[in-house]
Design a protein. Structure first.
Length: 308
């Protein structure tokens, strides 16, 4: 059972801050606060639920200590499915976020939530409304339209295959077919960043920078791709590399985790990036999404587009 905040205002009885009563009040306050930080949230979609899930996550991170128990309802396209969702909300009351385009299903969900006195929020309505007003036309109201098997979908699949085939310096002869090529020392998030870009249709390859090993000639002569150097703070790299070695059950001391060797490795990589006039992104305090966003900006600038 989830406790809900009381509607009356006020506070716990005042005490002098000492003695058994004060200690009991403090424990009670802590317990109530902990329980109120856990809550149910229902994410309802007529498609994959990726959009509403991303919106929920983006908002929840703004509230420290909030622990959402997520109930994800995807491919909801019939009245009977809506009835099951409403029954689940009744069993576990909590905020409802939804992306439904069918007006009958929307009304059924909203009426059910109104009866249960829980908020139901159509997360895309403000954006769709603003676009309709700006474009002077109505939306098509087709569920899952962004997931149609169109040319854009197949371009993403092609880009994903390309990223896998050109990961970690593989198939260097194909680098010039890439849109982007990332170069960096070990543990600078090259592979996950390439896969993230590929999921958005960008063909991305990556090549590791290894001390005393020359970069492939195909990389140095490539004319088509945007080549970006990735770097990281040496101390951060040490932590990441030690964790990797621990996972591999390899605990021998090597230059791979020696701080002075890693500092030299990072300096040497930066020197090569500067010689080749490659833009550099420091990923030390960046998520993969933030690194990808920086790469998008570099691509836009390269293509003469001012889009952010």
């Amino acid at each position: 059972m989830v406790l809900a905040p009381t509607r009356r205002s006020g506070s716990f009885p005042r005490t002098d801050g000492n003695g058994p009563q004060a200690a009991a009040d403090n424990r009670l306050t802590a317990q109530v606060s902990k329980m109120l930080s856990r809550f149910h949230i229902h994410l309802v979609s007529d498609s994959t639920a990726n959009t509403v899930h991303s919106v929920a996550r983006a908002c929840l991170v703004q509230f420290d200590g909030a622990q959402a128990i997520e109930h994800v309802w995807s491919m909801v396209r019939t009245r009977s499915q809506i009835d099951r969702v409403v029954a689940a909300v009744e069993a576990n009351p909590g905020l409802v976020l939804f992306t439904l385009v069918n007006e009958n299903l929307r009304q059924a969900l909203q009426e059910g939530c109104r009866r249960l006195q829980v908020p139901a929020i159509p997360v895309l309505d403000p954006v769709i409304g603003a676009l309709a007003s700006y474009l002077g036309r109505e939306s098509r109201g087709m569920p899952g339209k962004q997931h149609l098997l169109d040319s854009e979908y197949f371009a993403r699949i092609d880009a994903m295959t390309f990223a896998i085939n050109h990961d970690d310096g593989q198939s260097p002869w194909g680098i010039n077919d890439a849109d982007v090529c990332l170069v960096g020392v070990s543990r600078t998030s090259k592979t996950p960043t390439c896969l993230y870009l590929a999921n958005r249709g960008v063909k991305a390859a990556n090549v590791p920078f290894v001390p005393r090993i020359a970069l492939p000639g195909e990389l140095l002569t490539a004319a088509k791709p945007l080549i970006v150097g990735l770097t990281n703070d040496p101390e951060r790299l040490i932590l990441l590399r030690r964790n990797r070695l621990t996972m591999l059950e390899h605990d021998e001391s090597t230059d791979y985790t020696d701080i002075e060797a890693v500092r030299l490795e990072v300096r040497e990589a930066r020197r090569v990036f500067a010689e080749q006039h490659w833009p550099v992104i420091d990923v030390t305090r960046r998520s993969i999404e933030e690194t990808a966003a920086a790469i998008y900006k570099l691509l836009a600038r390269r293509h003469g587009d001012d889009a952010e």
